[in-house]
Design a binder for this molecule. Sequence first.
Ligand SMILES: CC/C=C\CC(=O)SCCNC(=O)CCNC(=O)[C@H](O)C(C)(C)COP(=O)(O)OP(=O)(O)OC[C@H]1O[C@@H](n2cnc3c(N)ncnc32)[C@H](O)[C@@H]1OP(=O)(O)O
Length: 719
Amino acid sequence: MARYELVKRSVALITLTNPPVNALSSAVRHGIAKTMERALSDPKVTAVVICGENGRFCGGADIREFAGPLRGPPLVPLLDLIEAGEKPVVAAIEGVALGGGLELALVCHYRIAHFKARLGLPEVTLGILPAAGGTQRLPRLIGIPAALELITTGRHVSAQEALKLGIVDQVTEQNACEVAVEFALRAIAKPLSSRRLSSLTTPCPPNLDALLEAVTMQIQKKARGVMAPLACVQAVRAAATMPYSQGIKRESELMATLFHSGQARALQYCFFAERTAGKWTLPSGAQWNDTKPREIRSAAVIGLGTMGRGIAVSLARVGIPVIAVESDKKLLETGRQMVIGMLERDAKRRGVSASLNLLKFTLSLEDLKDVDLVIEAVFEDMALKKSVFRELSKVCRPATLLCTNTSGLDVDALAGVTDRPQLVIGMHFFSPAHVMKLLEVVCGPRSSSETVATAMSLGKRMGKVSVAVGNCPGFVGNRMLKPYSDQASFLLEEGATPEQIDKALEDFGFAMGVFRMSDLAGLDVGWRVRKESGLTGPDVDPKNPPRWRQGRKYCPIPDMVCEQGRFGQKTGRGWYVYDKPGGTNAKPDPLIQNLLETYRSRYGIKPRNITDQEIIERCLFALANEGFRILEDGIAARPEDIDVIYLFGYGFPRHRGGPMFYASMVGLQRVLERLEHYHQAHPDVPHLEPSPLLKKLVACGSPPVQKWREHIKTMHSHL
Ligand SMILES: CC/C=C\CC(=O)SCCNC(=O)CCNC(=O)[C@H](O)C(C)(C)COP(=O)(O)OP(=O)(O)OC[C@H]1O[C@@H](n2cnc3c(N)ncnc32)[C@H](O)[C@@H]1OP(=O)(O)O
């Protein structure tokens, strides 16, 4: 796991060999310990260079080992030994030096980085802190403010920025290993004491307390309830106020509180879930690693509304020529200006030039005849979408992939009106499409494996986290959203206020509660969907009981809010009131309070006190319960996929792991009991009835989330 060679007759070259990222597994630590001992004890060796195989220095500790007991040599004494050695050690950093990888580099006496390398201490994103001396050595090297920022955010820096900050001594465009060997030979005669970071005094700003206080407040505002960044601040404070020997003890104590925490488990689960989600399989057996995607050299976007504009920008900024289509001149011109503006702002932010030459705007579908792929992003109306797909079928060459950006309509019904159902697929982007990372790739029963592979690979190219899902109303994300938001509405009936429900959800960790989020998204969208599906509006049978639709309990309060022209932020009024249309400062509105009181007295509902616990349980257990049904139905392949969708598309707090992981952390038995309790109280709400899969998992002893798949016997997988 660490290779040893003697180069230039006196330099020991130690190469970490643990593909793909040379993580510091127990075997690698063992390899480093053995090879370092050999280098330090061999009189022929005058200097040491440490590098990583395959152009990657080191991706840090092996996260997979965190779940088990510590095996092999512990990292801290090993790193102390390297730093204390009497022979100069040079880190040759190519690819990445992250977490324990950077901590390894920090105990080397010199660091040479390849110009494409990235460095950082991302431990905080895994719910822990850099506990192999990182919180003590980095502040000594680059000062408190810069170290604090890097450690509390986990941000990666480029080699150039690392040079500016003083993290590395040299950046090279040549082979970093060869440069490091030459560097090591020159360093032989030089004293090492000033290169041992643990022996340095931390440069301390005069306003240390104020700085730490400001950063703490910033963290509490941005990452409410998240423990790791606050522990990082305390560890860095120790670097500023204590000698290294005490600081490292403090670092270790803080790590001990984080290491076994639920937050660390959740965040590490998210890391792997994100990577698992890209690995799709279809009922045919075709899967991500045996199906070649098509190369997409040109694309088209139909419809330049909010979604279409974001999609066009997402395509153009990764170098794909885009033809954007609108139905009338005025809309086309508005869309054109918006797309260009968005692309220019995006390019400015990234310090690159805007690829405006890749954009073409047209009123004619005929212009799409030669493109490789079309993404339809017209209004969410089946008849309209069908007419577009019929037309595309006529004008596009037979090999063109036809994708629909629908948030819940039947992808197979659209495939059915084309001459190429195997080349039709859903690409459900989230608004704003050029910002939001999630892409649901909706596989119809007739979508070919090549089509799935191409949509998934295009998503990756656009920087999206793509998840393959099956075709059903609302797919995964929006299908689960319904029971969640229904519970919030029922809670309003029973006595809660929008602000109370939002606060409980925001305290749980959501960036926005369900009502603030609906105000942002626009209340009219859901209203239109409910009208189209006959839940409200003139099509509802007048004989229908008022709070009852399609055989189940229904809460008409969201419709009543819309009937008053309250569509959310854009109209300046929704569940909250705003200073002006488009305003973002939500204030509770007495008119909503009135509406709720009138509603309750009309239906004889006596308001009751509702606790935050009930809000969280009813909203989130109903959400997870639908997730279990989605797994049973084969609409999502694994719980990780559902969690990734909720993390990246719906602002589920990452330190809770996603709705399915959260359910497993609460305990499936407890979730089952609470759902049974709430269903007993509300037998007319089917979403509260525990799903058969949840019951089955509890009966099997509540296995960990990674093992649920073994218990899901889907007869008709949609994936
Ligand atoms: C005492 C405590 C001391 C130290 C604490 C730590 O060091 S904690 C770990 C800190 N390091 C990180 O957080 C880095 C995590 N990795 C990444 O950010 C990326 O993987 C990386 C290195 C930038 C490479 O990205 P890329 O997109 O090229 O590959 P991908 O992410 O898909 O990873 C490839 C496979 O490697 C697995 N993997 C990556 N890093 C680790 C790791 N540190 N430990 C274990 N496994 C790791 C990843 O899961 C992928 O696996 P696969 O089975 O192929 O899906």
